[in-house]
Design a protein around this ligand. Structure first.
Ligand SMILES: Nc1ncnc2c1ncn2[C@@H]1O[C@H](COP(=O)(O)OP(=O)(O)OP(=O)(O)O)[C@@H](O)[C@H]1O
Ligand SMILES: [Mg+2]
Length: 502
């Protein structure tokens, strides 16, 4: 038996009345990829943050290679070879790849200047060793997301990380990029690195992990080899029997391609130079249209134009038969369009404000009596949304930043649903959302659809697209290449059309 590379025992973390993590035992062997799964708020990130030193546990110990470590000290953890990669990049976008990889430790030559030649050579040598190929001189901000992830991994490797923690690393990656990242992970595994991989995408867990740890309500509730567990069982462990049944049922709800037949939004030959071209489609009342494609296929750019955040330079749009030309998101909102943006951290939530304030922000005029906010009505609205969306914990006064990722996403969706938009556009609405909450969000979207809303969902998650769509539109490099009834196209044809890999 070898010693675990990293081992935590009896780890716990309490925040006031809330137990984020309780008595967790956790270990990873060298050359093991351990999946960490569980519902939103289960305590996965808390565990990882304890292992990075970012959070000090209220109880428990951590050993690396059998040696105890001082907890709550990030620099100690880095020194001991623990590195972490998050969904949101921690790189300096304006700097080169090599400067990022060796940030603060660049080799210095004569006159105290950075020795660029050596820096480049060191970076190339490191990449060669780990089977990666990125231009060391490229500016990080110009690289595609998956390459940026690789730079982050390189940076960890340059620090001689032996333990690599990945907290939802693939949030905004396309299927092809996920496959690439998994290839990198396999190379690292072969060299004896211990990897912890958090994801809500069970396909990914089954594709790259050797073992899996399941967490629920702050506890580790199961551990097993990946070959020993079936998907349905894993879902059941994570969310319980009832939600597992709901999420299976969510996949088989009747579709309504074309909705009521009433055209709510018509887009004709919409173009923006160098971005997208000749986009035409109809969105009907009472249907969910999913727009899929690779990252970079310009779906978000198209949504931004439809929502008035950017201008087109050709084509036209009508909303409920009226020609529109939005100069601002405010104008689009006034016409009844709601928009749930892709990046909740940047565009969506006011992280410092309470959940109540976030929920009502888009609807202030509706809850105002005279010039004073009607506090009791606001509170009632917040309470209803919290119940409808099963937001956990149901504490309406807690600042948004203290909710887990998936619950933040529900707050964001709830904020727009509260406005009762005629057209609701959602860009990657369930990134970071657990299987149970996904089923809940799909249920909410279907209820809105059945109440007559026209819903447009941008999604890279094929499981999501094939589950929730009534019709599916595919974009490739700024062109719309096909629109299908969801029942009339199978997954492999869809993947082919998107141009990704299976
Ligand atoms: N700084 C904090 N203060 C108060 N509560 C916190 C804090 N950080 C986390 N929590 C709470 O601890 C619990 C566990 O959160 P954690 O972020 O570990 O969940 P998670 O499993 O990573 O969820 P997700 O899948 O949504 O990312 C949640 O209920 C969360 O609201
Ligand atoms: Mg998390």
């Amino acid at each position: 038996m070898t010693t675990p590379l990293i081992r935590g025992r009896g780890l716990g973390r309490i925040y006031g009345a809330l137990t984020a993590l309780a008595d967790a035992d956790f270990e990873v062997m060298p050359g093991e990829v351990r999946g960490l799964v569980g519902s939103n708020g289960a305590g996965k990130s808390t565990l990882v943050k304890i292992l990075t030193g970012a959070v000090e546990p209220t109880s428990g110990t951590v050993e690396i290679m059998g040696e105890p470590v001082k907890l709550g000290d990030p620099s100690e953890m880095i020194r001991r070879g623990v590195a972490c990669i998050y969904q949101h990049s921690n790189l300096a976008p304006a700097m080169s790849v090599m400067d990022n990889v060796f940030l603060g430790r660049q080799p210095v030559g004569r006159f105290g200047r950075i020795d660029k030649k050596k820096l480049e050579a060191d970076t190339r040598a490191l990449m060669a060793k780990h089977g990666m190929a990125i231009d060391p001189l490229a500016t990080v901000g110009n690289l595609p997301t998956v390459k940026q992830k690789e730079v982050e991994i390189l940076k960890a490797l340059a620090l001689e990380a032996r333990v690599l923690l990945m907290d939802e690393p693939t949030g905004w990656l396309s299927a092809a990029d996920v496959a690439r990242l998994h290839q990198t992970i396999r190379t690292l595994r072969a060299s004896g690195v211990a990897i912890v991989y958090i994801s809500h995408m069970l396909d990914e867990i089954f594709s790259v992990c050797d073992t899996v740890t399941v967490m629920r309500d702050g506890r580790v509730i199961a551990e097993c080899g990946i070959a020993e567990v079936r998907r349905a069982r894993l879902v059941e462990l994570m969310v319980g029997e009832k939600l597992a049944r709901d999420s299976a049922a969510a996949a088989s709800v009747a579709r309504r391609p074309g909705g009521t037949g009433e055209i709510r939004l018509a887009v004709r030959d919409l173009s923006k130079k160098g971005v997208f071209r000749d986009i035409s489609f109809d969105l009907h009342a009472g249907e969910i249209l999913c727009l899929t494609g690779l990252i970079g296929s310009k779906r978000t750019e198209l949504m931004r134009v439809i929502f008035g955040a950017d201008r087109a330079d050709g084509g036209s749009m009508t909303v409920a038969g009226q020609t529109v030309d939005f100069h601002s998101p405010g104008a689009a909102m006034a016409a009844g369009i709601g928009f749930v943006p892709e990046d909740r951290h940047r565009d969506g939530l006011m992280l410092g404000l309470s959940m109540t304030d976030n929920l009502i922000m888009s609807t202030i005029p509706q809850v105002c009596r005279s010039i004073f906010l009607d506090r009791s009505r606001v509170a009632a609205t917040a309470k209803r949304l919290v119940a409808d969306l099963a937001i956990q914990p149901p504490d309406v006064n807690k600042p948004a930043r203290l909710f887990s990722g998936g619950n933040q996403q529900k707050i964001l969706v709830g904020k727009w649903l509260n406005l009762g938009p005629k057209i609701l556009i959602l860009d990657e609405p369930t990134v970071g959302v657990d299987v149970g909450a996904k089923a809940e969000i799909y249920g909410i979207l279907r209820a809105q659809r059945d109440a007559g809303a026209a819903i447009l969902v941008v999604s890279s998650d094929l499981e999501e697209v094939t589950t929730v769509a009534d019709r599916i539109a595919v974009m490739v490099s700024g062109r719309m290449v096909g629109i299908h009834d969801a029942d009339a196209i199978d997954r492999s044809r869809l993947i082919e059309e998107i141009g990704g890999v299976a």
